[in-house]
Write a protein that binds this ligand. Structure first.
Ligand code: HEM
Length: 217
């Protein structure tokens, strides 16, 4: 049995996948201020489909002993993403968004793992802990670049209901470390988190191909 805390195992095993996601042209252009508000909205729209699926699966797992510590309604992103989309596209936002092929693949995978609590945790970790980590930096940059106020625009990275984010992240890692999973199951969860990163990277790569960015200075 490996004695390393599972949160560390996960973090180390996904380090390269994280770098691949973070370095996508789309995100680089976004954070360099080279995308229009609608160009940014294209990612928010894809996130809307992904988190609607993740939040829906969360609700189905609320009574599962393995998944329950991760089923935290204060993390649900559906309403915040809707506010952000309304800020970018106006009240008719629902009629201008559609899922890309990579988004449909990620959503299908999230729905598939609803039957496997460990797999659900892998996707939960990849997206929510990401939003609570680098996402906080992204939010500050979005507010600076697009001038969004405290409400709407970058709310999907805002987690008022959880209190101190560093404290929450520590508790989250403790929940990962306490997962009742043997060595084989841990390995499967690590593989699923890597898949979650890769599928997310595909979504970003697609955005990089379809969203027009201003040339780098
Ligand atoms: C430009 C985009 C991104 C930036 C600048 C960024 C930055 C960061 C930083 C600085 C951390 C470490 C925070 C800390 O330990 O205090 C982090 C953690 C994390 N990020 Fe990102 N990130 C980006 C994109 C992403 C994406 C697209 C995903 C998901 C596919 C993601 C998932 C994660 C996860 C799961 C963690 C937690 C790692 C752990 O501690 O176990 N990040 N990110």
């Amino acid at each position: 049995m490996s004695q390393a805390p599972f949160s560390e195992v996960l973090r180390n095993a996904t380090r390269d996948d994280h770098a691949a996601a973070e370095n996508q042209d789309y995100l680089v252009a976004l954070l360099a201020g080279r995308l229009s508000p609608e160009g940014y909205g294209a990612m928010v729209a894809q996130n809307h489909f992904v988190y609607t699926a993740l939040d829906r699966v969360s609700r189905t797992l609320a009574d599962d002993p393995v998944a329950a510590p991760f089923v935290l309604p204060e993390l649900y992103r559906g309403e915040a993403l809707a506010r952000d989309l309304e800020t970018v596209y106006g009240p008719g936002w629902r009629s201008v968004i559609e899922p890309s092929a990579p988004t449909l693949a990620l959503v299908a995978r999230i729905e598939h793992v609803a039957a496997w609590p460990g797999g659900y945790v892998a996707h939960h970790y990849t997206r929510y802990l990401g939003d609570l980590s680098g996402g906080q930096f992204i939010r500050r940059e979005l507010r600076r670049i697009y001038g969004y106020g405290p409400d709407g625009g970058a709310d999907s990275y805002r987690f008022d209901a959880i209190g101190s984010i560093p404290h929450f992240r520590r508790e989250y890692r403790a929940r990962l470390d306490a997962l009742p999973a043997g060595e084989d199951e841990r390995l499967r969860i690590v593989q699923e988190a890597r898949l979650a990163f890769r599928l997310t990277t595909e979504v970003l790569a697609d955005l990089g191909r379809t969203v027009r960015a201003e040339p780098a200075a």
